[in-house]
Ligand binder design. Structure first.
Ligand SMILES: C[S@@+](CC[C@H](N)C(=O)[O-])C[C@H]1O[C@@H](n2cnc3c(N)ncnc32)[C@H](O)[C@@H]1O
Length: 224
């Protein structure tokens, strides 16, 4: 299997850090699942979230521009509907109650186009739930120093202020923000101390320190 972002891949998610991130992201999403919600998972890959959400009884569609990811998902669960396309070119008259985009926004160049599509696809009182890297955090500062020597400029990063200013053009409003990934380990780490740092993160309630949290989970509500 060459799709990097599968839940069974030890380089990405099948390690202690991957499990920590999943638990935090899924826990956040879960707070907003309302019975009978129709859900679209943008950049949903091979179903890291779609499969557990489908197993709870929700109707969820996964859209991704990676065919291999969608084939892996269909092999795991043929009942989940998939759409193979670039979201930036996606056109549909369907509306959704919840749209997810977890660990996807760094790949999106044109946020105006992206958010106008989200706005069009959401039902009134629908929610867009996504994760993003916090450009105001201490970790992003270190990352910028590192990137001076390693060019990763194809990834796009925006602050919460940028997001709020994008949203002012639409009928979308930030509703809830929680911070995570304070742990001093790399994405693919399996370090035994991870459990200890998870305990500290919870004990100090670091998810509330959104100005400095390295990553953010954000829910946005559409209200016309
Ligand atoms: C880091 S993976 C995350 C996958 C999944 N959301 C998860 O958290 O397990 C990013 C995914 O976004 C998809 N993606 C990136 N840009 C996209 C676009 N413009 N349209 C559709 N999918 C996109 C990639 O193919 C990849 O599957």
């Amino acid at each position: 299997m060459s799709y990097l972002w599968d839940v069974s891949n030890t380089i990405s998610y099948n390690n202690r850090m991957g499990k920590y991130k999943f638990n935090f992201e899924y826990g956040f999403i879960n707070k907003f699942l309302i019975p009978n919600s129709k859900i679209l998972d943008v950049g949903g890959g091979s179903g890291r979230f779609a499969i557990p959400i489908h197993n709870l009884g929700y109707e969820i569609t996964v859209l991704d521009n990676n065919k291999e990811a969608l084939d892996i998902l269909s092999n795991k669960n043929s009942q989940i509907q998939t759409v193979h396309c670039n979201f930036m070119e996606y056109k549909s008259d369907l509306k959704y109650d919840i749209i997810l985009a977890i660990e996807v926004l760094i790949y999106i160049n044109d946020w105006d186009l992206f958010f106008s599509k989200i706005d069009n696809l959401l039902n009134n009182n629908g929610r867009f739930i996504f994760s993003t890297i916090n450009t105001h955090s201490w970790r992003f500062f270190l990352r910028k120093l590192y990137h001076r020597f390693n060019d990763h400029s194809y990834f796009k990063y925006h602050s919460l202020e940028d997001i709020n200013s994008f949203l002012s053009k639409y009928t979308l409003k930030v509703e809830t923000v929680e911070g995570f990934y304070w742990l001093p380990f790399k994405l693919n780490s399996n370090n035994l101390l991870i459990e200890f740092f998870i305990y500290i993160e919870k004990l100090l309630k670091l998810k509330k320190y959104i100005s400095q949290s390295p990553w953010l989970m954000i829910s946005i509500i559409k209200n016309t």
